[in-house]
Design a protein. Structure first.
Length: 242
């Protein structure tokens, strides 16, 4: 990956008819960085992340994820990233262990690899006692842990988390972020979207998105210092109220 850049976007735009969901967005994400997209629902965060994950083609502009082109190498991107969608995407009628086994097969893990990594994931996510529990019976916070386990089962170097803690209680959110920090410390690049202002403070760098455009980008501390505000929430309000 050139110049230590894991993810890049250049003048990225996405139109749905006359509606501009993403409007000329450019940024770069360093390897091993926790990079946050902060914005209200409808700001364009999910559309941007779906483009970067190879699930949507942009109307214009370009970019690279893990060295792969988002226009021409979408299948390579999908195989080399982890992705957690804002809606719970696992199978409620399967047990925790069966979901992990299924996604291990999707990612092409051998039986020996799957056995080893499943054991590691269950321990890391504190899901060992729930291995035979049907996923639909889990509280939302535990479901999110399982979704993260399945997203990183194949050990991707780049992980996209689209509003991963939506609807989760504050304690579970904090525990989830502890897992994100652990992944980043191990060298995983984490691209995370959120509309929670406190979560934005946890990112190494933060991009504030509003009506399809990036209106500010820097570390949370630099954003607060530059705009002379005590919190990211105050920075956000001052920018969108202009």
């Amino acid at each position: 990956m050139k110049n230590n850049i894991a993810v890049s976007a250049q003048n990225l735009s996405k139109h749905f008819g006359n509606f501009v969901a993403v409007d000329n967005v450019s940024f770069e994400v360093q390897r091993g960085e926790i990079f946050g997209f902060l914005g209200a629902n409808g700001a364009g965060k999910t559309t941007t992340i779906r483009i970067l994950c190879g699930l949507l083609l942009p109307t214009s502009g370009g970019g690279h994820v893990g060295g792969f082109d988002i226009m021409t190498q979408t299948e390579q991107i999908k195989r080399n990233i982890g992705y957690m969608s804002p809606k719970f995407s696992l199978y409620n009628e399967l047990t925790v262990g069966e979901n992990i086994e299924f996604f291990g097969g999707v990612y092409g893990l051998s039986n020996s690899e799957l056995k080893t990594r499943a054991k590691t994931m269950l321990k890391k996510m504190h899901l060992e006692a729930q291995q035979t529990t049907f996923t639909g019976q889990l509280p939302l916070g535990w479901k999110q842990r399982l979704a993260l386990a399945c997203a990183i089962l194949h050990q991707p170097k780049i992980l996209f988390l689209d509003e991963p803690t939506g609807g989760v209680d504050p304690i579970s959110r904090r525990e989830f972020w502890d897992l994100i920090y652990e992944l980043a410390h191990g060298g995983t690049t984490v691209f995370v979207t959120t509309h929670y202002m406190d979560e934005a403070e946890y990112c190494n760098r933060l991009s504030i998105m509003y009506q399809g455009r990036i209106i500010a980008i820097d570390s949370p501390m630099e954003l607060k210092t530059h705009h002379k505000k005590p919190t990211v929430e105050d920075v956000f309000i001052s920018l969108v109220d202009k």
